[in-house]
Design a protein around this ligand. Structure first.
Ligand code: HEC
Length: 148
């Protein structure tokens, strides 16, 4: 993939995220799944950069962290009581049994993301920060997602 295409791909992720936020008012399941898909795509680019499979690009690294920050922020409105089932959701019923703890996970993640954004200046600092912010993915999914 050339540089130009990758930039376009990330821009596409941002567009999906924004569309997800708009859709949140009508279909929270589709919206949060769209947001998480954007997070997944950003993570693939971030992993390639952290492994030096693609060149480090500070703007792109910060863009990935912005996508995470947006996801952590919008999560607070994307799990209403009316969205426990349907739309092929993999959200666990545990989310609604312990809403406060579930929301706190997103707030902790958001705090790590802010620290990562401040710390990321070059490849080594990105590698360290990216390692920290991506630990939250599996740890949240293990508790709050049902295995599909
Ligand atoms: C605090 C909790 C939490 C964190 C942190 C989190 N996720 Fe998720 N994620 C969820 C939940 C809940 C779902 C299920 C949403 C649904 O199906 O309604 C999900 C779903 C997904 C999906 C499936 C989307 C689809 O197609 O339906 C992907 C991909 C994903 N997450 C990637 C990530 C990645 C990568 C990270 C870390 C960079 C991450 N998530 C961090 C809670 C979290």
């Amino acid at each position: 993939m050339n540089r130009h295409f990758r930039t376009l791909a990330l821009a596409g992720v941002t567009t999906c995220l924004l569309a997800g936020i708009v859709a949140a008012q009508t279909d929270p399941i589709a919206a949060r799944r769209g947001v998480m898909k954007g997070v997944g795509a950003a993570t693939r680019t971030g992993s390639q950069m952290a492994k030096a499979e693609i060149p480090f690009d500070l703007a792109k690294a910060q863009e990935i962290l912005k996508i995470y920050a947006m996801a952590a922020d919008t999560a607070h409105t994307q799990f209403p009581e009316t969205s426990k089932t349907g739309g092929e959701t993999t959200a666990s019923p545990k989310i609604w049994e312990s809403q406060a703890e579930f929301r706190a996970r997103f707030d902790e993640w958001a705090a790590d993301i802010r620290k990562a954004a401040d710390a990321t200046k070059d490849l080594p600092t990105f590698q360290a920060s990216f390692g920290t912010v991506t630990k939250a993915c599996g740890s949240c999914h293990n508790t709050y997602r049902i295995k599909a």
